[in-house]
Design a protein around this ligand. Structure first.
Ligand SMILES: NC(=O)c1ccc[n+]([C@@H]2O[C@H](COP(=O)([O-])OP(=O)(O)OC[C@H]3O[C@@H](n4cnc5c(N)ncnc54)[C@H](OP(=O)(O)O)[C@@H]3O)[C@@H](O)[C@H]2O)c1
Length: 250
């Protein structure tokens, strides 16, 4: 059971489906009111409805790496529910596959903007303007820890996100706690190519003998966002069914 988040206001990016929606569902279930974002308005509206409608959730559509969207979403959350207490930087992209040596640098720049700079932009949009209590949880990946073949630059940005987590944790203490989670393969649209048609084979490499589901990650995010984690900051919690213990990544 998630500790109470009653009275808290959360903003979860990339939350119309997958891990982000599971996180928003957990936070709302614990009593928080939630602002969710994603690019496409219709699935986002469906997510808001699933979360319980406008008394519990609002959706603001836009690109996570667009500063104007960041400002608009934060302002909408403040207007609807009050200042944001919990920021979950969940959006992450990986639109290309292949070796680093052939990587298109334009694509690399885009991945860097969405996976790293946008996370910092959201933190600035929520917490600039003076010290006040709060929590940030960044969604990293085991690909930031064990080199992930074919998606290495994605891994580079996630490694940077984990270091950003540590740097922000020091800079924003003692008011704002900043942590991260690093999942292995979780069954979402994003990860389809990593397991579809061979789930049993992939799962057999995991000590816990199954792939992740979005709620495995959401439970950990909700814990880190809660007062139960009041003395934890700058950490990355690996959520991987044990797979990195075997020396393998996702
Ligand atoms: N699934 C895994 O195996 C896995 C493992 C490790 C880490 N992760 C991380 O977990 C996070 C969530 O992934 P997921 O698996 O839940 O993905 P997902 O199921 O594909 O969901 C992605 C969500 O983000 C939104 N989104 C995508 N690009 C966006 C952008 N540029 N701006 C705003 N919203 C955007 C999508 O909606 P729209 O398309 O409408 O924008 C959707 O709501 C990512 O950071 C990913 O790196 C996932």
């Amino acid at each position: 059971m998630t500790a109470s988040l009653s009275g808290r206001v959360a903003l979860v990016t990339g939350a119309s489906r997958g891990i982000g929606l599971a996180v928003a569902t957990r936070l709302a279930g614990a009593g928080a009111r939630v602002c969710v974002t994603a690019r496409k308005p219709e699935p986002l509206a469906e997510a808001v409805s699933l979360l319980g409608g406008p008394s519990v959730a609002i959706g603001v559509a836009g690109r996570a790496d667009d500063p104007a969207h960041q400002a608009e979403a934060v302002a909408a959350a403040v207007e609807a529910f009050g200042p944001v207490d919990i920021l979950v930087n969940n959006t992450g992209i990986n639109p290309v596959f292949g070796p680093l040596i052939d990587m298109d640098l334009g694509a690399a720049r885009k991945i860097f903007e969405v996976n790293l700079l946008a996370a910092l932009g959201w933190v600035q949009a929520v917490y600039a303007g003076g010290p006040r209590p709060g929590v940030v949880v960044n969604v990293s990946s085991v690909g930031g820890r064990v080199p992930p073949p074919g998606i290495s630059f994605y891994g580079v940005t996630k490694a940077a996100l984990e270091h950003l987590t540590r740097c922000l944790a020091v800079e924003l203490a003692p008011h704002v706690r900043v942590n991260a989670v690093a999942p292995a393969v979780v069954k979402t649209k994003f990860a389809t190519l990593l397991y579809e048609g061979r789930e049993e084979e992939v799962a057999s490499t995991y000590p816990l003998a199954r792939l992740g589901i979005p709620d495995d990650v959401a439970a950990a995010v909700a814990f880190l966002a809660s007062d139960e984690a009041a003395w934890i900051t700058g950490q990355t919690l690996v959520i991987d069914g044990g797979v990195t213990l075997t020396g393998r990544g996702a």
